[in-house]
Design a protein around this ligand. Structure first.
Ligand SMILES: [Zn+2]
Length: 467
């Protein structure tokens, strides 16, 4: 029985899906104005782990992750870099996709962009105005009147009077100083503003997720997730908008929030330098090392990140791969390893307790090492098969063990690694399309770089040729 901590009720609750077989999950995505950092990496690895686990326990998952491709931060960054908004967001989305592919994140079923959902957003705002939940302020912005929603504050558990106020907007133009923008009036520049019944402008940040989740899921769905920094005001405002527009009792049934990444105990932010930009970490560390690190503390807890933490994650993973080395996957018709399935699922069913799940992987590794010494090959292979299977549920142990253990010696430069990964992705696509000529050509090209490709059922692995 899966229990999930629901931020809305501040307690663990038994998960009951709306539809017994298929669940709808909406996760707030990225605002592509710069490269993704380890904070994004951890958030999306966490939700990837959660989705993988739902799939493992038999659910079909309908997963939406949006892209906020119009926003003040984007506009400012584009002006600063003398780029158009489109070029900037396009470049950053491409970079994000590259990072996420390397991180082996499951693709969302739909990935709507704000600029492609303007009609839905306008219709949503129209509905709120019609129901007297929104009004046009003196400065032309369309505002949500929070006093019209009696449960405002239900998610962040704050009373209106005590709310941390966002005072960026001129208070005199609002009915209540806590009211927030649904449509930002701006007739100054039509290249990044859109036509609406309220003049040129662009959507406020919160309205997009209400409009997009409604577009794909309707007024009620199973799970909404995001980083814990989104609880207030973003998610609080989403609830107000969605419940008021559609007279819905609730919005999603469960709210899941992931803990923040701290850098040397300071909250992750852009100003802390580019060392923790994902694409740079991915040049130095294997993507499984980053995943291992991201899931090494419970998903709701903040995690402290230093360069040393990746070294520790790598050495923990190496320990597991060492246990897998020189073993074979075999069919398991016995009940010999069943106890590990049970304890692994117990850990995961308890609000996705990955540190506990890791401890079970280490227990198996310890047993493997013990039986290796005693040369009990069949037991070793049974345990190794189980270890890999359970690791795979978390998106780990997908590599060939000799690749993982040997990849540091001989060394592959980061530039080479970039090229190799790119070529392997192209080759995998060629193989999928049965374009054997192209696949062979790439294999030959990699061979010239002293890279040997091994194709297995789990995908292609590469090794540096020993000279
Ligand atoms: Zn959102």
């Amino acid at each position: 029985m899966l229990k999930i901590y629901n931020t809305l009720h501040r307690k663990k609750e038994i998960f009951k899906p709306i539809n017994p077989k298929k669940i709808n999950i909406y996760i707030c995505g990225v605002t592509p104005y710069d490269f993704c950092h380890i904070g994004h990496g951890r958030t999306f690895i966490i939700f990837d782990m959660i989705i993988r686990y739902f799939k493992h326990i038999g659910y079909e998952v309908n997963y939406i992750r949006n892209i906020t491709d119009i926003d003040d931060k984007i506009i400012n960054q584009a002006i600063l870099n003398k780029k158009t908004i489109f070029t900037l967001t396009n470049d950053m989305i491409k970079a994000m996709n590259k990072d996420f592919k390397l991180l082996n994140l499951i693709l969302p079923n739909f990935e709507p962009k704000v600029t492609e959902c303007i009609t839905e957003i306008i219709n949503f705002i129209k509905k709120l105005i019609k129901k007297n939940h929104a009004y046009i302020a003196k400065n032309g912005d369309v505002m949500f009147n929070i006093k019209t929603y009696k449960n405002y504050g239900c998610l962040s558990h704050q009373k209106i009077n005590y709310l941390k106020l966002n005072t960026r907007i001129n208070v005199s133009s609002k009915v209540n100083c806590e009211d927030f923008v649904l449509w930002k009036y701006d007739a100054s520049n039509q290249t990044f503003n859109f036509k609406s019944p309220w003049g040129y402008g662009r959507p406020g940040w919160h309205i997009e997720c209400s409009a997009m989740s409604y577009k794909y899921f309707g007024k009620k769905f199973d799970i909404h997730g995001g980083g814990s920094d989104l609880i207030f005001p973003h998610h609080e405002n989403e609830i107000a908008q969605s419940v008021c527009a559609y007279d819905s009792e609730s919005y999603p049934n469960y709210w899941i929030h992931s803990g923040m990444v701290m850098l040397n105990s300071v909250k992750m932010s852009k100003s802390l330098g580019n060392v923790f930009i994902l694409k740079n970490i991915l040049k130095k560390y294997d993507s499984e090392t980053i995943r291992y690190f991201a899931l090494s503390s419970h998903y709701r807890k903040p995690i402290n990140c230093t360069l040393k933490s990746f070294d520790q994650a790598e050495s923990a993973l190496r320990h597991l791969y060492k246990a897998l080395n020189n073993t074979h996957e075999i069919e398991d018709n016995t009940n010999y390893t069943k106890e590990y399935d049970i304890s692994f699922c117990n850990a995961m069913n308890n609000d996705f307790n990955t540190p506990k799940a890791y401890s079970i992987l280490f227990k198996i590794a310890q047993k493997i090492n013990f039986y290796k010494k005693n040369r009990k090959d069949k037991i070793v292979n049974l345990l190794a098969t189980k270890l890999r299977k359970l690791g795979n549920i978390l998106g780990l142990l997908n590599n060939d063990s000799s690749y993982f253990l040997n990849k540091k010696t001989p060394t592959i430069s980061t530039i080479e690694l970039d090229q190799i990964n790119e070529l392997i992705i192209i080759r995998n696509n060629a193989r999928k399309e049965k374009n054997w000529i192209l696949a062979d050509k790439i294999r030959e090209r990699l061979k010239k770089m002293d890279i040997l490709i091994e194709d297995t059922l789990k995908g292609s692995f590469f090794k540096k040729k020993h000279k």
